[in-house]
Design a protein around this ligand. Structure first.
Ligand code: C5P
Length: 232
């Protein structure tokens, strides 16, 4: 699996997004479009960024009945994104249906990955609100295993979990990891963070980096630093 840095385009408008992307002249970074930008601008922003030559991870985290997710995925496949995702909590039946919907008539499809437990969910909330009593690390690994059994390509997880996910699901199972910060940077609201170099050591396949690049005084230099540390 080719290692890469994915920039989280957490902007609320097309203008801000394109102004940010305009600063990249030599590189065409792999980018992530999440709910904020997608709900603000709709599928047109995906087409526009794709036409500029970027690879796109469409991070919409689908979770519904299998038939609805299957049909929604068929629509997303036509947007020609490179990677998209759903919640593993929707069950294996939902993940299998999603994969079917996402597969184009020619057999190709975007990389489909699953969200396990969100990093905002802790042991206490999982037990009290979701009535799941197992240790959260085991829950994350179990969801990863279910995703693998359903035929998905990988999971979103903490870089600190990437090694264990590979042990359980195989080296080819993709780990996409947010929560990345430079050693000398601000942690912000991310609780469990790691540096790009450490994420590489643990075995992440893709790191998702937002504010350390988007809010940097020189975003291109920050992106290059990430690539140098993570890809080498
Ligand atoms: O700005 P920052 O580098 O923290 O951005 C990380 C990105 O990854 C954000 O788009 C955030 O929503 C996303 N993400 C995350 N943790 C997860 C799943 C997604 O930070 N568990």
């Amino acid at each position: 699996m080719g290692k890469d840095v994915i920039i989280a385009l957490d902007f609320d408008s097309k203008e801000k997004t394109l102004a940010f992307l305009d600063s990249f002249v030599e590189e065409k970074p792999f980018v992530k479009i999440g709910m904020e930008l997608y709900y603000a601008e709709g599928p047109a922003i995906v087409r526009e960024i794709k036409a500029r030559g970027h690879k796109i991870f469409l991070d919409l985290k689908l979770h519904d009945i299998p038939n609805t997710v299957k049909k929604a995925m068929a629509v997303l496949a036509r947007l020609d994104v490179d990677m998209t995702n759903l919640h593993a909590g929707g069950t294996k039946a939902m993940m299998e249906a999603a994969l079917e919907g996402l597969t184009r008539p020619d057999g190709t499809r975007p990389i489909l990955i699953a969200v396990t437990q969100l990093t905002s969910t802790n042991q206490e909330r999982m037990e009290a609100d979701l009535l799941i009593k197992e240790p959260i690390d085991e829950v994350v690994l179990h969801y990863a295993k279910c995703a693998a059994e359903a035929g998905l390509a990988g999971v979103v997880c903490s870089p600190l979990e990437a090694g264990k996910v590979h042990e359980k699901c195989g080296d080819g199972f993709v780990t996409v990891t947010p929560g990345v910060r430079f050693a000398d940077g601000d942690v912000g609201d991310q609780a469990r963070v790691t540096t790009p170099a450490k994420a590489k050591e643990i075995g992440s396949d893709y790191i998702v980096v937002g504010r350390p690049i988007t809010q940097a005084a020189d975003p291109v230099a920050a992106y290059r630093r990430c690539v140098a540390e993570f890809v080498g």
